[in-house]
Design a protein around this ligand. Structure first.
Ligand SMILES: *[C@@H]1O[C@H](CO)[C@@H](O)[C@H](O)[C@H]1NC(C)=O
Ligand SMILES: *[C@@H]1O[C@H](CO)[C@@H](O)[C@H](O)[C@H]1NC(C)=O
Ligand SMILES: *[C@@H]1O[C@H](CO)[C@@H](O)[C@H](O)[C@H]1NC(C)=O
Ligand SMILES: *[C@@H]1O[C@H](CO)[C@@H](O)[C@H](O)[C@H]1NC(C)=O
Length: 615
């Protein structure tokens, strides 16, 4: 401890500032979510205990790297850090324990995208410094991204053809509870849930955090890491040791992975396996029908989490990673494509309206991407309007061949209504990410709980700008792209993103437009339709839920505490909900075999919206 104190005091505030900025940049690139995140990650710096001696201060001219404005901002934040280590909180668990809750069923936690740490297992001499260090989800990540940017990217980018590590590189998901308890030091993810479970008597034997390499496609998770086999073994072991079924608790993209696993299990382990082994599936803030953000990110390389981010941060973002670079990185992560929008226009609407449009709307979310008319722009280019059904082929046309092939062989994003075909789809792994193309498993004794936050503006549709017609060469010149970034073997040239989110559009409209994003409802990251439509309506239809599995929807009203950057105990935010009391109560009760205490709680207009979907 003393050692880390001295380390902590040696670098100047300036260095901290630089670090903070870079974490901020990366955080934005990752799009964990909004503006608050940047502040939070900066706060997280207070709890860092990675050695810092390796920094060579002389290398930098900080003034050149950081705009003055940002330096001031950071200084401000860093002076109020103390509170950030006081994250331990067993309150909900203790209350429930008093109330009689006891550890009962073993639980498996399935994290969302980007929250599992990734470590290097590369052993070549030049990479040894990274051996078993986290390239993702730690301070080492910041260091690598900052000092060895190209190397860092080379490690994290997957081969576009195989979807696996490029030659000579091995990066693997971290294991154990620590893989995703905290993202970087001080930024909690699963730790609150673990604490509350512990308070009613759970320990490491009954809690298993199933970290996975979220960059991989669902099928490659099995091919490379035997992920589903491992989950299966663990669940069977649970039954053997404790004589109990397992409670599967997923967050965000973990919901998609969990659903895929249930279908995989049904297909490979027999029709009864799920019913015999899984007690409940707690789907927290699940990305069941995909998210508009994923669409935009794969198309443009932009994550408009940066929407609300201060301009100086966008500036840094632009400096460190160009949108081509980001697009190439995102596209190599086949896992992220599992979150493309599902169900097409029948779910997401069209020119004539979308299920989740406000009554007073002056423009519809049904047009996912609108290109603004601009003076001087070739008229045939401006005014393009893409619904989801049009955006999908458009995405395929404007991305490299390898990406198209990956999409085609791994995923399906449609909607199927014929029960016979739905049954056939059970044998088709490309359908297993899509609850509209395969039914829930035939597990009449299982329960599904959908828990998610509501009442945060969430990007839902976009104003776009076609870059090819504005300035075909200068800004998107291929020469901008470092050689190490081109596809791993230079088999295909990088296709520059031809569109960008048009951040200059800030119109006075309903829905509200902010820096090119039309805001809808949701938890700040995932749209309400994706969070809730399957839960309140889709899975009530016999064709998507033939076993009549009970589905309980429990919304958490986002009502953040002003003094707490993570929103405190009443946050419904996409990630912060993992620390909210309402959610922890649901999780502990379900695990403790008191699921009957979890009440349906619907505050949003999701039922009204879901009823308008063309099921
Ligand atoms: C999924 O895509 C990867 C490329 O990312 C490819 O190697 C793999 O064969 C595809 N999976 C299937 C089942 O085709
Ligand atoms: C439009 O309707 C929504 C919800 O009904 C409301 O919150 C919003 O304030 C309205 N906007 C305007 C400009 O009237
Ligand atoms: C506008 O675009 C169309 C098709 O892309 C092209 O045929 C036409 O020549 C362009 N006109 C101008 C003035 O650039
Ligand atoms: C890819 O790169 C490796 C090593 O650099 C080389 O041996 C291999 O022939 C290359 N493959 C293709 C298709 O160019």
């Amino acid at each position: 401890m003393a050692r880390s104190e001295t380390q902590r005091s040696s670098p100047s505030w300036r260095l901290w500032g630089l670090l903070a900025a870079v974490i901020g940049v990366i955080a934005a690139v990752l799009a964990i979510h909004n503006q608050a995140m940047i502040a939070r990650t900066m706060m997280a710096l207070s709890a860092i205990d990675d050695p810092l001696e390796r920094f060579n201060l002389e290398q930098f001219k900080l003034e050149k790297l950081l705009p003055r404005e940002l330096q001031d901002h950071i200084d401000n934040l860093i002076t109020r850090t103390g509170k950030w280590t006081e994250t331990l909180d067993f309150q909900v668990g203790r209350q429930l324990a008093e109330d009689g809750a006891k550890a009962d069923m073993p639980v498996i936690l399935l994290p969302g995208v980007i929250t599992t740490g990734l470590e290097s297992w590369t052993t070549t001499d030049s990479e040894l410094v990274y051996f078993r260090r986290r390239l993702w989800g730690s301070m080492a990540m910041v260091r690598s991204a900052l000092f060895n940017r190209d190397e860092w990217v080379r490690h994290l980018m997957l081969d576009p053809v195989t979807g696996l590590d490029p030659e000579g590189i091995r990066v693997r998901a971290a294991k154990g509870l620590d893989a995703a308890s905290y993202f970087a030091a001080g930024y909690w993810v699963w730790s609150k849930i673990i604490e509350n479970l512990a308070a009613v008597g759970y320990d490491i034997n009954q809690i298993y955090l199933a970290g996975y390499d979220w960059r991989l496609s669902m099928s490659n998770l099995q091919v490379r890491d035997h992920f589903y086999s491992e989950l299966k073994s663990r669940i069977q072991l649970n039954k053997e040791i404790f004589g109990k079924k397992t409670v599967l608790i997923s967050h965000s993209m973990g919901g998609t992975v969990g659903f895929y696993f249930l279908k995989w299990a049904e297909h490979n382990l027999g029709a009864r396996w799920v019913d015999d082994h899984i007690d409940s599936f707690v789907n927290i803030a699940g990305t069941m029908l995909g998210l508009p953000k994923a669409m935009a990110a794969l198309m443009t390389g932009e994550m408009r989490d940066t929407v609300q981010v201060p301009s100086m941060l966008s500036y840094l973002l632009e400096r460190h990673f160009s949108s081509q670079e980001r697009a190439q990185l995102f596209r190599s992560w086949a896992g992220s494509a599992s979150m493309l929008l599902k169900g097409g226009n029948d779910v997401w609407g069209d020119e004539t309206g979308a299920p989740d449009d406000f009554d007073n709307a002056t423009s519809t979310h049904g047009v996912l991407m609108s290109y603004a008319d601009r003076p001087g722009l070739n008229a045939s280019e401006g005014g393009r309007r893409l619904t989801v059904d049009e955006a999908n082929p458009w995405l395929r046309m404007h991305t490299p061949k390898e990406f198209q092939e990956m999409l085609h062989t791994n995923y399906s994003h449609g909607i199927e209504r014929n029960p016979k075909q739905l049954k056939k789809n059970n044998a088709d792994p490309t359908k297993w990410v899509n609850p509209l193309e395969v039914p829930l498993p035939n597990a009449p004794n299982m329960k599904v709980y959908c828990v998610y936050g509501y009442n945060q503006p969430t990007e839902r549709s976009y104003w776009m700008r076609d870059m090819s017609s504005v300035n075909p060469q200068s800004q998107y010149d291929m020469a901008d792209i470092p050689a190490t970034w081109t596809s791993v073997n230079q088999t295909s040239p990088v296709v520059p993103p031809l569109s960008r989110i048009d951040a200059s559009v800030n119109r006075d409209e309903v829905p509200e437009v902010s820096a090119g994003c039309r805001l809808g409802e949701g938890d700040g990251t995932v749209s309400l339709l994706s969070l809730g439509a399957m839960c309140v309506e889709g899975w009530k239809l016999p064709r998507y839920n033939p076993a009549k599995i009970p589905i309980i929807t429990h919304e958490v009203h986002h009502d953040p505490e002003a003094f707490d950057l993570r929103g405190g105990t009443s946050s419904g935010d996409h990630i912060d909900i993992l620390g909210s009391h309402a959610l922890n109560r649901v999780v502990v009760n379900v695990a403790a075999g008191r699921g009957h205490l979890v009440e349906e709680n619907i505050l949003s207009p999701i039922k009204k919206y879901a009823a308008k979907i063309k099921w």
